[in-house]
Design a protein around this ligand. Structure first.
Ligand code: ADP
Length: 502
């Protein structure tokens, strides 16, 4: 029985996926139980290209009934998938990895078309996303348990088993990476998944389903429920409240995370929450200014400032503040704003107008409180959802820009005098995901790294997330870790088996 299943999986797996034009990934159907499906009422919603405002296509707008169906199918598939060998799950995940790498260019174009990030960044995200399939393919084989010897006539055996169906709700800022970071771990552990991607970026999610299908992932293991902004709350509620869903993993805003946490409490689900951040970036007098400027620019403006690990508050010590702020403005002036598909563009549009309004508001508020605009400061002449890359100097810490996540291309600079003051400002917020600092003083590096109230710290480094390390935050940023050797734990539970009378 088992051998036959293995053979069936391997037989329908092609060696290579035909290379497609990215428009061939514009699927208008959702993906349930290995089939491409429409909404029962035939409704669809529009997906737009944020750089041009043009309609890219329409996607099935599923609701409660279809979500329940997807959950049931994932639940049925779980009983087969959990019994496959770790090696078999590893092989399929490795194929998913290989197919993503092979199709990197077109998957990246698709992402730029619906999300807006420059093509080079989109290509980087496809590789980042694929790396979780590769990593968890390897981890699938390492879900060890143990034997406890300290009992007379008995032995305690602890094994780790997949939790069951995992519900996943993912954001638009990393439309591929935020799915594979969860899905790779879940599939490796032996769980099946129902994924609700963001309404702005469903195509990247559906492309991942095409890849999984072509890699031979059995029907029902990965289901994609696409839904519009209007239907999403009902779909999310079904996922959170269904007794057939054992685990809920969410990446998105703190406000939405709190709603989902309350809903998931009704069935006492395991939850992972990766919610908002408000990353401090501290630059101490001992830092190399050029390295610090380059790091701050990267940490702030990647993905047009729309990452949850983006530097949100840049705190610079008095002794180098003036030099740093001048050099930061010069570096930001070099950005090329435009459609991410065009060569040389370094800054694309924001995801939608709501995102632009938020940045605009924060700039106005900071200026009203005395901040100075060093560069940028307003909507870009390209229109749509473009905003000028902006640097504000002397932003008071009471400003909205320091209290709230910006999620846009605006860097507020704050001056400080002492290490204690900087750490106190950095920690004075209710969330804690990433924190960065630049210093060449070894004792200070240890002190500050340990004192920052965050889940990830970059010391003289701005690009810190990798498949090999744990990602997640403290305080209201949430709970759980994705990636690293810890990521698979989120989808496994311990079982203790007592062997007696031996
Ligand atoms: P943002 O404001 O940046 O779009 P959200 O937290 O609203 O962040 O979105 C992250 C994900 O959560 C998206 O997939 C979105 O569709 C989904 N979402 C938003 N509101 C709800 C909700 N009430 N229930 C379930 N999912 C939701």
């Amino acid at each position: 029985m088992f051998a036959i299943h293995t053979l069936q999986v391997l037989k329908r797996t092609p060696a290579r996926l035909p290379v497609r034009h990215y428009t061939q990934y514009l699927k208008e159907h959702a993906y349930i139980n290995g089939a491409w499906v429409s909404a029962k009422d035939g409704n669809t919603f529009t997906v737009k290209n944020p750089a041009t405002g043009e309609e890219l296509g329409r996607v099935a707008d599923l609701g409660v009934a279809e979500t329940q169906d997807a959950i049931q199918k994932a639940y049925d598939a779980f009983y087969t998938w959990r019994d496959t060998s770790a090696k078999e799950r590893c092989e399929i995940l490795k194929k998913m990895f290989a197919l993503m790498v092979q199709n990197q260019d077109d998957l990246a174009k698709l992402m730029t078309a619906e999300q807006g990030k420059p093509l080079a960044e989109a290509k980087g995200e496809i590789m980042y996303a694929a790396s979780f399939y590769e990593w968890f393919a390897e981890e699938a084989k390492r879900t060890y348990g143990d034997v406890s010897p300290a009992m007379t006539g008995k032995r305690g055996i602890t094994i780790r088993q997949p939790v069951g169906v995992a519900g996943m709700i993912t954001p638009w800022n990393f439309p591929s990476g935020m799915i594979t970071r969860k899905l790779g771990a879940a599939l490796a552990a032996g769980c099946t998944a129902v994924i609700k991607p963001a309404e702005d970026t469903p195509y990247s999610a559906l492309a991942l389903a095409m890849i999984a299908e072509e890699a031979g992932l059995p029907a029902g293991c990965m289901n994609i429920v696409t839904s519009s902004r209007e239907n999403t709350p009902a779909v999310g509620k079904v996922i959170c409240e269904s007794p057939l869903v054992a685990k809920m993993s969410f990446t998105g805003s703190t406000a939405t995370g709190k709603i989902l946490l309350k809903q998931a409490a009704s069935t006492v689900k395991r939850v992972s929450m990766e919610l908002g951040g408000n990353a401090p970036f501290l630059v101490f007098d001992s830092a190399d200014v050029d390295t610090a400027v380059a790091g701050a620019v990267l940490a702030k403006f990647r993905n047009m400032g729309q990452t949850c690990v983006c530097a949100n508050r840049i705190l610079v010590q008095d002794g180098i503040y003036d030099e740093f702020s001048k050099k930061m403005a010069v570096a930001v002036e070099k950005f090329v704003v435009g459609n991410g598909m065009e060569a040389g563009v370094t800054q694309g549009p924001l995801i939608n107008d709501k995102a632009v309004q938020k940045v605009e508001n924060q700039v106005k508020d900071a200026v009203a409180l005395g901040a100075k605009v060093l560069i940028g400061g307003k909507r870009h002449e390209l229109g749509h959802s473009f905003f000028e890359p902006t640097v504000l100097a002397d932003v008071p810490k009471e400003a909205l820009a320091c209290r709230e996540e910006t999620f846009g291309p605006m860097a507020p600079l704050i001056r400080f005098k002492t290490e204690e003051e900087a750490v106190a400002i950095a920690n004075a917020c209710n969330v804690g995901l990433a924190g960065y600092f630049c210093s060449n003083n070894i004792s200070q590096i240890w002190r500050v790294a340990e004192k920052l109230e965050v889940g990830l710290v970059g010391v003289n480094e701005s690009i810190i997330s990798a498949e090999t390390t744990p990602f997640g935050g403290v305080k209201e940023t949430g709970m759980g870790r994705e990636g690293g050797k810890y990521g698979i734990d989120e989808y496994l539970q311990y079982k203790y088996i007592c062997f007696g009378n031996i």
